[in-house]
Design a protein around this ligand. Structure first.
Ligand code: THU
Length: 137
């Protein structure tokens, strides 16, 4: 699937955004290795903290449906320039979709193609916690 086609799916997801507090709509579409597309949007909450970003909505939906391998992730926000994933979503992508091509888009004609190693170098991972396994406190 082309980057432009996946961005089109992300634009569809953006229409479902529940963002009455920020009024900032985000859509995300993830393409799995099996060729399926899962959509996600940002879902806000009056308590703010429970808000879920579009990227995590899409990735969690794919995982909930039995997918583990991701090929591409397309993100479309509402800015005048391409929208990049927030820090929390970068951390989630680094663990769950480390090899995915990440498409940060404004629209189908304005997007940047990158990857998580570029967006989150030296990410914290399960390797870092291995050293604590045999430690007594
Ligand atoms: N948001 C996302 O959905 N993804 C991002 O990567 C950046 C931020 C959402 C969260 C919140 O609903 C709104 O955008 C404004 O921060």
């Amino acid at each position: 699937m082309s980057n432009e086609e996946l961005i089109e799916f992300a634009l569809t997801a953006r229409k479902n955004s529940y963002s009455p507090y920020s009024n900032y709509k985000v859509g995300c579409a993830v393409l799995t290795k099996s060729g399926k597309v899962f959509l996600g949007t940002n879902i806000e909450n009056s308590a703010y903290g429970p808000t879920n970003c579009a990227e995590r909505s899409a990735i969690f939906s794919a995982i909930s449906n039995g997918e583990r391998d991701f090929e591409k992730i397309a993100i479309v926000g509402s800015s005048n320039s391409p929208t990049y994933p927030c820090g929390v979503c970068r951390q989630v992508i680094s663990e769950l979709a480390p090899n995915a091509v990440i498409i940060c888009a404004k629209d189908k004609n304005d997007f940047v193609v990158t990857d998580i190693k570029t967006l989150l170098p030296n990410a914290f991972s399960s390797k870092d916690t291995d050293c604590t396994k045999n430690k007594k406190e």
